[in-house]
Design a protein around this ligand. Structure first.
Ligand SMILES: Nc1ncnc2c1ncn2[C@@H]1O[C@H](COP(=O)(O)OP(=O)(O)OP(=O)(O)O)[C@@H](O)[C@H]1O
Ligand SMILES: [Mg+2]
Length: 933
């Protein structure tokens, strides 16, 4: 113990972790191996890496380090370059093919575009040969921010080190998406410090704190070292001594971000500008910083150094941010003109680095500029030669965007579309591709661009690039905005989806601009969908009647495309249950191979959504499985998150918290690098519900606020509508009465209730949740009296539960029981276990013993009941299957589960058992009179 304590240096409370790390070091030095450290922001991953690096060096291991940088452009292999640069001289020891691949990849030489596998093998061989001279340790911090190419290579290498004397130690924030494939690598999950260690750390650094302040900080920081060290610095001297009262500090760690922003804002402008240069450059080279800084110099950095935000290492001519959150904050607080200033200063400085320079120029330029466009195009070709098609498309589309000449613009877009379309497949021969791309001219057709968009999305491309590409193609097309031009309308519909995926209001601007220009006028469907799918809280109401007309007129519709698009327009106005029949038509066509897979997917998803809200949960789960299978079979990777959401939401609702969490984690890691914020929003909703189900209302509140902050319905985040009541509930459960009331008011203000009967229920309930005691009954009764509330069983049952809880607290026991019982019956039918338990507990608290018995007969789900009824009436499994659009095998499985639930063993007994069941349920209404058993 003594020894490890000595070696953890200034680390507090990390003895156990350090023992694990040292064991890893010893093993890696003789037999290789990898270890990943994960943990929340500021928990001490980097600090632990530092301590390990020091221990390794002391033990005679050579240490190579690199770290991902959040704001750097995704320049391929920049991370690997950082890591392997010190070994440059040893490249000569590699066989020529490997040497050349490595040199080209790392930007030291020109040549054939290197194959990623060749680069990976070259790295592995290089490391092995270096390790002959003594053990080697690679340390890579902040893996999620490492460029894609380096991540892939290091993921490959890290899994093949056993048997060498090379170790790989990586660190990443938990639940942060990354391109680094970590499956199979042992992980060390760094937990917050234990209370005694947290106390010790705060005593060491801030001995002067008054006991009350110390207690408060310890409780707010929850063992997070960063918070422990940072929070006191935001207090005034008087506050630290408890002579002045403490501000209402917000919970951690998400709130830390704001703290960093305020510390940055306090710095003098010259200092902030230097920091901005540093953050955007991302290399930490003081030379670059000072060269770009113009009138500013090192002295201007001093306030940040004094404030412990950055560290300047004079001897190595480098500077580092003490924490990545500072970097985020620096960029966050910068104005757009500051950003442009910094990018152009860096572009002027980085003449020797054409790619980085082009990227900075692209970001610094506002209007059309042929010179910058040319540089970006050249950079794109260089990037492509390194084998990074996605990066090349990004650079080319920015180049097109800045092109003053429309012909040049469409030529560049054509190239981007062409390369993008190919990026979905294997990139066999980059130079061939380049030649073809050069020949592709005139912007290609809109269809080719739309195809490229889909390929990009289903590959590694991001939504913003796809959006840029399609906007470019629409704006430079020679369609004259003719509303009859089907390729234009299709492209507009695809653009509508991209805008939605992006989750960013400003992405909608070009869509609406193009919509306005359509002549003689935009097709009805497009206009309606724009109103209901973009920002329904603000524009949905105006489209309600027109949407109803579209949905109502769909009876004989057979065109899958039309059906699915009307479905898209229906989602947030809860009209999907009215589309079930036509959606099933598309699904059957799809199953027969007679409808395109994408339409089949769309219809499946719409059925899932309808099923979730109308309580057909078993069917939703089956259909989501079918959707995921289809995505896999047809390579529609991008659409998987839809179905994962369905599964995550229902797993949460049914109490399978782990499964739900695993699915939302997967959605989030997919979404972030692709900037698909819509997928994040869906994940937040499911995660929030999961937290509520687990009773973790604090997390629920934090997560649901990311979907839409309390007090506003986030613009262009239609999914905010689906989480609105959950947020009010989470706020109330965490005693945030002001926030709850603010959100209920926002819901009312936005008149969400006018959009659908479901939203009417949710909005009325939101008002009831926050109503004062003397109005609460009227408010809840008003909500329950609304038309069609029975269509939405889960929502309704939750409102009843909340009502029952309030009534019980107000001592209206009999009324409370009635609500709670009705809620319990509904939850049991749905299989919503966490809520079954909550309702049962509440019922017990009203003094009812064994409340569950009242619902004993109600064991069948709605779908099971339907199947049982049909089977009881004499239909075969096949006939039932055809009626309900299920396979006969599925019907069989259901019956197999239904028989024991009803206590019967044959079909013949079904009819009687069902009749008995109905009688028993009728008896439910005689409250409290059923015998317990
Ligand atoms: N056990 C510890 N004892 C003392 N100081 C610590 C300890 N752990 C972390 N710190 C300090 O807390 C701050 C945050 O730690 P660190 O930067 O290592 O967090 P991190 O997990 O790498 O965060 P991020 O995810 O943001 O990279 C640093 O100033 C670090 O020196
Ligand atoms: Mg770190």
């Amino acid at each position: 113990m003594d020894q490890s304590e000595a070696s953890t240096g200034s680390l507090v409370g990390r003895d156990e972790e350090f023992v694990v790390a040292r064991r890893f070091l010893r093993q890696a030095a003789v037999n290789g191996g990898s270890l990943l450290i994960s943990g929340e922001p500021g928990v001490g991953k980097t600090a632990l890496l530092d301590a390990v690096a020091e221990a390794a060096a002391e033990a005679g291991t050579r240490v190579l380090r690199a770290a991902g940088v959040e704001f750097e452009a995704d320049i391929s292999y920049s991370g690997l370059n950082q890591l392997l640069f010190p070994l440059y001289d040893a490249f000569d020891e590699l066989a020529p093919a490997h040497r050349e691949a490595l040199q080209v990849a790392l930007g030291f030489g020109a040549g054939q575009p290197p194959d990623r596998l060749l680069v990976s093998n070259a790295v592995l061989l290089l490391l092995r040969s270096m390790a002959a001279a003594g053990p080697l340790l690679l340390i890579v911090d902040d893996l999620p921010w490492l460029d894609r190419a380096s991540s892939a290579v290091l993921g490959f290498v890290a899994r093949r080190l056993v048997g060498t004397s090379v170790g790989f130690l990586g660190a990443s924030r938990s639940h942060t998406p990354s391109f680094f494939e970590h499956g199979g690598i042992p992980a060390l999950d760094l937990q917050p410090l234990r209370p005694d260690a947290a106390g010790e750390l705060i005593n060491q650094r801030f001995p002067e704190l008054a006991p009350a302040v110390r207690r408060r900080l310890l409780s707010e920081a929850r063992g997070n070292p960063l918070a422990l060290l940072e929070l006191p610095t935001a207090l005034t001297g008087a506050q630290r001594l408890a002579a002045a009262s403490l501000p209402t500090v917000l919970p951690l760690p998400r709130r830390l971000q704001a703290l960093f922003a305020s510390r940055v804002s306090r710095l003098p402008e010259s200092c902030r500008r230097l920091l901005l240069l540093g953050a955007l450059d991302g290399t930490g080279e003081l030379g670059v910083l000072l060269a770009a800084a113009g009138e500013y110099d090192l002295d201007d950095l001093q306030p940040a150094e004094r404030d412990q935000l950055v560290r300047v290492h004079g001897n190595t001519r480098r500077f580092t941010f003490r924490h990545p959150l500072t970097e985020s904050a620096v960029v966050e607080v910068a104005s757009s003109s500051d950003l442009r200033w910094a990018h152009s200063a860096l572009a002027r400085t980085l003449v020797a680095h054409p790619e980085r320079r082009a990227w900075h120029l692209g970001e610094a330029t506002v209007g059309p500029d042929e010179q910058v466009a040319t540089l970006l195009e050249q950079a794109a070709h260089r990037i492509l030669r390194r084998g990074d098609a996605v990066g090349a498309v990004a650079s080319l589309t920015r180049s097109a965007e800045l092109s003053p000449d429309p012909i040049e613009r469409s030529r560049r877009l054509g190239q981007a579309a062409y390369i993008g379309a190919d990026a979905g497949g294997e990139l066999v021969n980059a130079s061939q591709l380049l030649d073809d791309a050069r020949r592709a001219s005139q912007g290609d057709s809109l269809y080719a661009t739309a195809a490229a968009v889909h390929l990009l999305l289903n590959g590694d491309g991001d939504v913003r690039t796809a959006h840029r590409l399609l906007v470019g193609a629409i704006e430079s097309g020679n369609h004259g905005y003719d509303a009859e031009d089907q390729s234009l309308i299709d492209a507009m519909l695809t653009l509508l989806l991209l805008c939605y995926f992006s989750g960013e209001p400003r992405m909608w601007e070009p869509f609406f601009a193009a919509l306005d220009r359509l002549t003689p006028e935009a097709p009805e469907l497009l206009t309606v969908a724009a109103g209901t799918f973009g920002d329904p809280a603000r524009t949905g109401q105006a489209a309600v009647r027109r949407l109803d007309a579209l949905v109502g007129g769909m009876g004989d519709e057979i065109d899958p495309t039309q059906i699915v698009w009307i479905g898209v327009a229906s989602i947030y106005l809860d009209r999907l249950p009215d589309c079930r029949e036509v959606d099933w038509r598309v699904v059957r066509l799809g199953r027969d191979g007679a409808a395109p897979a994408r339409r089949h997917l769309g219809a499946l998803l719409h059925l899932c959504f309808a099923d979730i809200h109308t309580g057909r949960w078993d069917e939703a789960i089956e259909l989501a499985d079918e959707g995921l299978r289809l995505c896999r079979e047809h390579g529609f990777r991008f659409f998987m998150w839809y179905f994962q959401y369905v599964q995550a939401l229902l797993a949460a609702a049914r109490g399978d918290a782990d499964a739900s969490r695993a699915l939302t984690d997967r959605m989030l890691s997919f979404a972030a690098p692709r900037r698909a914020r819509a997928a994040e929003f869906l994940a937040y909703h499911a995660e929030g519900l999961n937290d509520l189900a687990c009773g973790d209302s604090e997390s629920a509140y934090e997560t649901l606020s990311l979907l839409s902050p309390a007090g506003t319905i986030a613009p262009y985040v239609p999914h905010a509508l689906w989480g609105c009541l959950d947020l009010v509930e989470a706020a109330l459960r965490t005693n945030r009465f002001t926030e709850a009331a603010a959100h209920a008011a926002a819901i009312k203000e936005a008149n969400l209730g006018a959009l659908s009967s479901r939203l009417a229920l949710l909005s009325a309930a939101a008002s009831a949740y926050v109503a004062p005691d003397d109005q609460v009954e009227d408010a809840f009764e008003a909500a329950l009296m609304l038309p069609d509330v029975e269509r939405w069983p889960f929502d309704l049952a939750r409102v009843r539960l909340a009502y029952g809880e309030r009534l019980r607290r107000n001592k209206a026991t009999a009324k409370s029981r009635a609500q709670l019982r009705a809620a319990l019956v509904a939850f049991e039918r749905l299989g919503a276990q966490p809520w079954v338990e909550r309702a049962s507990k509440e019922l017990r608290a009203t003094g009812l013993v064994k409340p569950r018995s009242v619902t004993r007969p109600a064991v069948l789900t709605p779908q099971e009941r339907e199947i049982a009824k049909l089977a009881g009436s004499g239909l075969t499994n096949k006939q039932i299957g055809e009626k309900l659009f299920l396979s006969h095998r599925t019907v069989g499985t259901h019956l197999y589960q239904i028989f024991p639930k009803l206590g019967i063993t044959s079909r013949a007994a079904l009819r009687d058992a069902l009749a008995a069941l109905t009688d028993a349920e009728d008896g439910d209404s005689q409250l409290g009179q059923l015998p317990d058993q």
